[in-house]
Design a protein around this ligand. Structure first.
Ligand code: AMP
Length: 396
């Protein structure tokens, strides 16, 4: 793997694609800076070498060019605090100002460019736009795992302008190594825990995992499609009617491959999708009409914990219930606790990004699992066996 460890950046300007797509509140305070801290090892190595750092990122989904709400300038003070040094800012990611500021950048200095997505060319993967960006630095570093599944100008297309001078940053390398460790080097027993809203988002991954895991636990909203497919009454729980056949096929496949498929047997049900709803516990195949399952129930928790705590490799993607609401967080929290316990007992635990990472953070377990991925979609696609454009572009 071509990582930044293989070169010295002394006297060089590194153009680094980072994923600084952090959540901001209405006063532009950063409410979760994980994506920024995750890029610090790469930035610090380059600065320590005696290089200069030019950072580029997207923030949010601006529709019509420059928008105050999505300006990366809001990140400058916090980035300066994290790095313990001044950070220059260019109001545009290309054009005269960016070129001047990049040129003037001395050894050990840092420049942050304005939001790449203020240009439609970024997401279109426009080659001219990528070439303009490429002129700003001598070496291209990709450390943005969260966008590695996109063939955008700054994540993939740009790499062709740096033949022999393109590298993975430390975050990218760690993400890829940890995903590989689970996919192709898992110590057995290997358990995958899948949850979240929809089966359809995770079918490809589930099918692939059936060839690799010893146990597959399915919780969250997606479990009700399985319950209904098996003839259960699921009230008005989340269901994908067009995936009922598929759910039965997956159950059969698990059986034929000798995978222990663990589905919830009971649920916390509610008469409303709200934290103020009336709640009850019901068997998963007998939920009252008009009620919906919003979390796994106590019996399911006991069963799931047994499997998780007997595992040596754990991959977790998707919450067990609507963990954002206190009344429906118990299942996700209990599973998080047992992942932590298994980790303490020597298991390797990889938590998929997105909602699973948010859940682990909510319960303060981020430091107690082996690795929390910064990529939601990117990790899913990598695990499905797809080649990520951001990875391919460096490897080519
Ligand atoms: P995903 O993006 O597919 O991983 O789904 C995550 C979302 O699924 C979270 O916002 C959860 O609140 C939601 N979720 C989990 N369990 C359920 C459920 N039983 N009913 C409705 N939504 C759920």
């Amino acid at each position: 793997m071509k990582t930044i460890d293989q070169i010295s950046f002394a006297g060089k300007k590194a153009l680094i694609r980072v994923d600084f797509n952090v959540p901001l509140d209405k006063d532009y305070n950063i409410t979760d800076d994980n994506r920024m801290t995750a890029a610090l090892p790469t930035i610090n190595k380059i600065l320590k070498d005696g290089g200069a750092v030019i950072l580029m990122s997207h923030l949010g989904r601006p529709k019509d060019g420059p928008t105050e709400k999505y300006s990366l300038k809001h990140l400058v003070p916090h980035l300066a605090d994290l790095l313990g040094q001044q950070v220059e800012f260019a109001d545009d990611c290309i054009g005269a100002e960016a070129v001047e500021k990049a040129k003037a950048l001395g050894k050990g200095e840092v420049l942050l460019l304005e939001n790449l997505r203020f240009y439609k060319e970024e997401e279109k993967g426009d080659k001219d736009f990528a070439e303009k960006l490429s002129k700003l630095g001598d070496i291209y570093v990709n450390d943005a795992f969260g966008t590695a599944h996109r063939a955008h100008a700054s994540t993939a297309v740009i790499a062709q302008f740096f033949p022999g001078a393109k590298y993975f940053g430390y975050l990218m390398a760690a993400e890829l190594n940890n995903a590989e460790k689970v996919l192709n080097g898992a110590v057995k027993p290997f358990t995958a825990i899948m949850g979240g809203a929809k089966v359809s988002d995770k079918i490809e991954l589930i099918e692939r995992l059936l060839d690799k895991v010893d146990s597959l636990i399915i919780g969250g909203g997606m479990a009700y499609t399985f319950a209904k497919a098996q003839g259960g009454n699921i009230g008005k729980s989340l269901v994908e009617e067009d995936k009922l056949e598929l759910a039965l096929t997956l159950i059969e496949k698990a059986k034929s491959k000798g995978v222990n498929l663990v589905l919830p047997t009971d649920s916390v049900i509610a008469d409303n999708f709200s934290n103020d709803a009336n709640t009850d516990i019901a068997p998963n195949n007998n939920i009252k009409d008009g009620w919906m399952g919003l979390d796994i129930g106590p019996d399911s928790i006991v069963e799931f914990k047994k499997v998780v705590e007997g595992s040596k490799t754990i991959l977790w993607n998707g919450p067990m219930g609507v963990f954002e609401m206190e009344k429906f967080e118990a299942g996700t929290k209990a599973i998080a606790e047992s992942v932590v316990k298994a980790t303490e007992n020597g298991a390797f635990s990889l938590i998929g990004g997105g909602d699973s990472a948010a859940a682990v953070a909510k319960f303060n377990f981020t430091e107690d699992v082996s690795y929390v991925s910064t990529g939601g979609g990117a990790l899913l696609e990598y695990m499905e066996g797809k080649e990520l454009p951001g990875v391919k572009a460096i490897n080519e």
